[in-house]
Design a protein around this ligand. Structure first.
Ligand SMILES: [Zn+2]
Length: 514
């Protein structure tokens, strides 16, 4: 089989590749070529049922990710070309195992299990900065270059196979056929030098971004304990980034140096850090619950929350560790009750938490959003929806969650107004396009609604489906002349031509790749 041959050929990294014409030869894979491979992988990920777009956890991650990106830019680790060419998109994976990974083209995956098990945002930043550095240092590109005898679609398939294997250890043999598994794993693993470089660069990035460097140490400790405790596959991160005593020793000496030169201004004051820990406790529980722990676990989370003190003290900094745990448990209990469709129980738990976090804006905000989620799932119009000003929605979770609340309150026009400007600045936000499609649909603006659906498909790189929707919009206009909308019509024509071109280019590229 051709694939088996090319796999074994590629097993000699660094060896002269001979005179056969191939795409990359020995030179580094271009950023554009790496992005194309990444996009192929992303298309499959967007369709994976474990791909999760949770706006609340998404915003939480972005608040960690964006400072890391800014620090990488400022330090010159992230150059302008990569910044522009790559997607720099972080997505959530509904998986309880502790893992995060970087993919070609600047896509990053974060398992819910990682968010659920880290103790604070600093630990999460430590892992993300390490993964970010694998990409900015072109480690992935070097791994891919070693595969340069293979068609990009084959590399994409290998990465997807390795990903499936890392998600569920039992599925490994099913995902990758037979003996290829070992070859794939070996080829996609970073070298020891790459790990050390990602540790070093990642440390600089996270501390420059203002995260506490002790996050690295506590993360290493956590992973080390885990490696001693079990090898049951719940820590795939450990397998892909083996902790050597050397790496740990280097991290420790880096920490000591950092402590000596800790003139660096911390991102947060002590009181802010305390508030951040309350939010983190809530988000960790959210991640645990969205990972789908099963009915029994949800019930015990509700029971756990009910055992907490009937009234919590006002959580001000420094909140005690017990207070932080209580806050997390109450938020988790309310969300767990929601998932069990016990909406009254959920509201009771939320009401107990609300006064305690009154002085912590981020936590209060998360509570407000959960309250809307509960109402929407219960089929009730959220009380805030009658007065909320969509123009004030700036965070993505607000735009999407409040948007859905306003739709329930028959305020679709305000929703489409806000979303139009949102998608103009976030054209890759598939969920926003989808909500916009619903908002237009509510106002009987069928053509605009279908176009928004098309954009939602294009945002997830499903260009064939996007083209299908655009053609449907054109057909609708032809058969309903009254619906003709000159401006929208010409946008649709332009987008149709653009997407047809993309599809043509992809077909050509496929030929070249093979
Ligand atoms: Zn690594």
């Amino acid at each position: 089989m051709a694939t088996a041959t090319s796999l074994s050929l590629a097993q000699a990294p660094g060896a002269a590749t001979g005179s056969l014409p191939s795409l990359g030869d020995n030179s580094e894979l271009s950023a554009a070529a790496e992005r194309r491979i990444g996009d192929r992988i992303a298309v499959s990920i967007y369709r994976d049922p474990d791909y999760l777009d949770d706006p609340v956890l998404g915003d939480y991650l972005q608040n960690i990710w964006q400072p890391l990106m800014a620090a990488a830019r400022a330090r010159g680790e992230l150059n302008a070309e990569l910044d522009e060419r790559f997607s720099w998109e972080v997505f959530l994976v509904r998986d309880r195992s502790v893992n995060a990974f970087a993919l070609p083209g600047g896509y990053f995956g974060v398992h819910l299990g990682l968010i659920a098990s880290v103790s604070n945002a600093d630990e999460l930043a430590a892992v993300l900065a390490h993964e970010l550095s694998h990409v900015t240092q072109r480690h992935i590109s070097r791994l891919m270059t070693q595969q340069n005898r293979q068609a990009p679609w084959m590399i994409a398939a290998m990465v997807l196979g390795a990903l499936a294997a890392s998600k569920n250890p039992n599925a490994a043999s099913a995902a990758i056929v037979g003996g290829q598994a070992v070859a794939v794993q070996n080829q996609l693993n970073f070298s020891r030098d790459m790990e050390r470089e990602a540790d070093r660069v990642g440390f600089g990035v996270m501390t420059d971004a203002g995260f506490a460097s002790r996050g690295v140490a506590s993360m290493f400790e956590k992973l080390q304990q885990a490696s001693q405790l079990n090898d049951n596959g719940s820590f795939p991160y450990l397998r892909s980034h083996p902790l050597t005593t050397e790496r740990i020793a280097e991290a420790q000496s880096r920490l000591q140096l950092d402590a000596k030169a800790s003139a660096k201004p911390s991102r947060q004051s002590e009181s802010e850090a305390g508030k951040a820990r309350v939010l983190h406790a809530m988000m960790a529980l959210r991640a645990r619950i969205l990972a789908g722990p099963g009915v029994d676990a949800l019930r015990s989370m509700v029971a756990e929350a009910q055992r907490r003190p009937a009234s919590l003290p006002l959580l001000q900094s420094p909140a005690t560790a017990a207070n932080i745990r209580d806050a997390g448990a109450l938020y988790g209990g309310a969300l767990a009750a929601t998932q069990l469709r016990d909406f009254a129980g959920a509201r009771t738990l939320l009401a107990r938490l609300k006064p305690a976090v009154a002085e912590i804006p981020t936590a209060s905000h998360a509570l407000g959003l959960l309250s809307i989620e509960i109402d929407l799932l219960a089929g009730v119009v959220p009380p805030s929806a009658s007065s909320f000003d969509m123009a004030k929605a700036t965070a993505r979770a607000d735009v999407l969650t409040q948007g859905r609340a306003l739709m329930a309150a028959q305020r679709a026009r305000e929703v489409s107004g806000r979303l139009q400007t949102w998608v103009a600045s976030h054209p890759k936000d598939a969920a926003a396009w989808q909500l916009l499609a619903a908002a237009y649909g509510n106002q009987n603006q069928t053509v605009r609604s279908i176009r928004a659906e098309a954009e939602s498909r294009a945002a997830q790189l499903d260009y064939a489906a996007a083209l299908d929707r655009l053609k449907a919009a054109q057909a609708f206009m032809r058969s309903n002349p009254a619906s003709a909308d000159y401006v929208e019509g010409s946008i649709i024509d332009t987008r149709t031509r653009q997407i047809e071109l993309v599809l043509k280019e992809q077909a050509l590229q496929d030929k070249v790749d093979r």
